[in-house]
Design a protein around this ligand. Structure first.
Ligand SMILES: Cc1ncc(COP(=O)(O)O)c(C=O)c1O
Length: 452
């Protein structure tokens, strides 16, 4: 339809055009040609005239959309368990004391400037991040076989890694677990890789489908890229045991596949930074190559600062240097160079023994609060005699519990109890508190009882 054709436009469009014509006429605009000219030009911007008028409204992001719906709900008992962000017992966002301290240091340092960082980011931050994830005594670091570049949190690190692989790696298929964090398939597809799934979760046991995982990776092509959650698998909260990791490592190495670790929760799963990096370290210890995307969103509470790192472990220092030179070519046209503030906070904490120790204490307190929420919810369901086995709540690990509730039960809990979560039944344990556990347990009990 031609938007200027009044015969085919809607009555309200015609009214708007007439109003604009009237306002732009010299008599209506009065003296002052400038005014009449600007009004005249605005007349051509009547609704429907936009060069974007064909653009369809996109659906809300399935995870962030939960918060949009939550914000619109006026209920005083509403509860947002959708988004993976830590909350205190009082339901408030938390800025770690050690982060405040680091920020104060940065402000007090008058020598600090706001110049651009290099394309690869803050060099000290990169070195410290590699040590944090691989261990200070990692042979790969000592032999200079690791290149680490600062990226925009975990998501940006995955995207840069994905684009690098699409340009320089011979296999363009990445295998991701089913299910996985909803952004993974989008990030990797847009990076230029083709995405396939391997079995991961068994709804019957609400645990790992280990046999399915081994079969799928065993039949994935030689050399395929395999995405692995380093710990605290999102959304299931189900991690392989150390023995299972060892079998996965052997299989992946025997098929010369390339592991790409997503480490968004180091320290958040067990409360221990080293324990949560164990899966990655076992792959580095065998001398093989891998990629690691690291995020400081959860473990330092730096969500909105967008601070993370991509490391690529290579066979030799020479290869690592060449890989880094190509990573720069991926980053430069994407966002030129990363932001300075968040990386400076992380570097200040990681370089100072006292601050580092304080961070580990605060991190453990967050992890412990989440673990305690698991126990409280499990006990509350048991006390209500809710049908079913809920032991997976205390067996799963990390920020999320994959409850096993279906989308109808989720919709019921949202409608009747004002509890918001993703439709796959995932709840953020970090969003719960002792005060809200009974409300959630009542809602789960009612949703389950309806279905029996
Ligand atoms: C598994 C996983 N990977 C990556 C991310 C990315 O987080 P960010 O980009 O905020 O660091 C998240 C965040 O929820 C996640 O759960």
């Amino acid at each position: 339809m031609n938007p200027r054709d009044s015969s085919s436009s809607s009555p309200s469009d015609r009214r708007l055009s007439a109003l604009a014509r009237h306002l732009s006429s010299p008599s209506a605009a009065g003296v002052g040609g400038g005014v009449s000219r600007s009004l005249a030009s605005s007349s051509s911007f009547a609704r429907g005239d936009s060069v974007f008028s064909h653009v369809a409204r996109a659906p809300e992001d399935p995870i962030l959309g939960v918060t949009v719906a939550f914000n619109k709900d006026p209920s005083p008992v509403k509860l947002n368990l959708g988004v993976g962000a830590y909350r205190t017992e009082e339901g408030k966002p938390l800025v770690l004391n050690v982060v405040r301290q680091a920020e104060q240091q940065l402000i007090n340092d008058r020598a600090r400037v706001k110049e651009y960082l290099p394309i690869v980011g803050l060099v000290e931050f990169n070195k410290l991040s590699a040590k944090l994830i691989f261990g200070a005594d990692s042979p790969a670091i000592l032999e200079n076989r690791v290149t680490t570049v600062q990226c925009l949190s975990g998501t940006g690190s995955l995207r840069v890694g994905g684009e690098f692989l699409a340009r320089h790696y011979h296999q363009h298929t990445i295998y991701i677990p089913k299910p996985t964090w909803g952004n993974h398939p989008k990030v990797f597809t847009l990076a230029g890789l083709s995405v396939k799934y391997y079995r991961y979760y068994d709804p019957a046991t609400r645990g790992l489908d280990f046999q399915g995982l081994l079969e799928d990776l065993g039949s994935a092509p030689l050399g395929a890229v395999v995405l692995l959650h380093a710990c605290a698998h999102n959304p299931t909260g189900v991690d392989p045991t150390i023995q299972q990791w060892e079998q996965i490592r052997q299989l992946i190495r025997s098929r010369r596949q390339l592991p790409f670790f997503d480490s968004a929760y180091q320290g958040f799963a067990s409360g221990n930074l080293d324990a949560d990096a164990q899966s990655i370290r076992s792959f580095v210890a065998d001398g093989g190559e891998c990629l690691v995307a690291q995020s400081y969103a959860k473990n330092m509470g730096l969500y909105g600062e967008r601070v993370g790192a991509l490391s690529i472990v290579c066979r030799t220092a020479d290869v690592a240097g060449r890989v880094e030179s190509q990573l720069k070519l991926v980053i430069r046209p994407m966002y030129s160079n990363p932001p300075i503030h968040g990386a400076s906070i992380v570097a200040a904490i990681l370089r100072d023994r006292e601050m580092y120790n304080e961070w580990t204490i605060e991190l453990k307190a967050m992890a412990d609060r989440i673990i305690s929420m698991r126990h409280q919810l499990f006990d509350a369901l048991r006390a209500r005699g809710t049908p079913g086995d809920w032991s997976h709540i205390i067996k799963q690990i990390g920020m999320f519990t994959f409850t096993g509730l279906n989308s109808q039960q989720v919709a019921f809990m949202t409608k009747e109890y004002h509890i918001y979560m993703t439709s796959d039944g995932r709840i953020s344990m970090a969003g719960l508190s002792s005060k809200t556990v009974p409300h959630l347990a009542d809602a789960i009990h009612a949703a389950v009882a309806r279905a029996v």
